[in-house]
Design a binder for this molecule. Sequence first.
Ligand SMILES: C[S@@+](CC[C@H](N)C(=O)[O-])C[C@H]1O[C@@H](n2cnc3c(N)ncnc32)[C@H](O)[C@@H]1O
Length: 290
Amino acid sequence: MDRMTQHAHSHPHTPHDWSAMADELEAEAQIFLPYVAGALEAIDADRPGRRPGVILDVGAGPGVFTAELARRHPAARVVAVDGAPELLERARERGAGAGVETLRVDLPGGLADLPEADLILAAQTVHHLGDQAAAVAALAGRLRPGGVLAVAEGGLPTRFLPRDLGFGRPGLQDRLDALLSEGFAAMRAQEGGTDGVREDWPGMLRAAGLTDVRARTFLVDRPAPLDDGARAAVARTLGRYLRLGDRLAEVDAETLRRLVDPDDPASIRRRGDAFVLAARTVFTGVAREV
Ligand SMILES: C[S@@+](CC[C@H](N)C(=O)[O-])C[C@H]1O[C@@H](n2cnc3c(N)ncnc32)[C@H](O)[C@@H]1O
């Protein structure tokens, strides 16, 4: 993807302490849930009458999407898979009423140990693993015949604010996108073995032996004015951009500080013009029936 600019979580890609990011991941997943709900609906519509018995949410984080999987498929065994115990605990609490299970696994090594499943969701997770094609192949290898792998990666840059905020320098989000794109590339390079590797997601799913490979893009369109919860989540997301530190122009750092300061009249929490507009792509493929 135009790297970080299309990344659902817009994190600046400093080394991750996933557990410390629990609140951010949770708030963002709630904002972006509509794209996952859309994808799950589309997957079900592709397969009338088929109900998955075992579902894995790989890289589930705090389990917002896992809970949606369980809500859609109440009879299924639904497992949140992640490497961060604190996030899994959130996933367990959130999904307790729906019987969501959790499984702590270090990826990609643990992929081979995952239970076999009829539906596997990996949302914004595979790009954190060095060899993405191998990870896709390993995920596909855990599908039962006829099972579906759904990999959410890429889309379009998210927009939260008008181009001109009435203060600072217009076009803040374009400049943040450029910085985040560089950060994403650096993060991928750190994962190793990624130079010159094409990010051809449909190609990776096909190479993994999956059929009926599709790419579908879903909109998250939450117009202004946002409710207080969504505004707080947007403020939290924008606050993360401050971690870009001196890579940010001072004028943009100052704009961000004002946007995330709840006491500032220009704060996101007080703005009626903040919105969420995002497009997220979900690649799906089906394991051959034997
Ligand atoms: C960007 S978050 C995505 C969370 C959620 N799927 C979503 O889209 O909102 C990536 C998740 O993958 C997990 N993760 C990343 N690298 C991992 C690894 N090597 N082993 C296990 N889990 C990992 C992190 O703990 C985190 O919860």
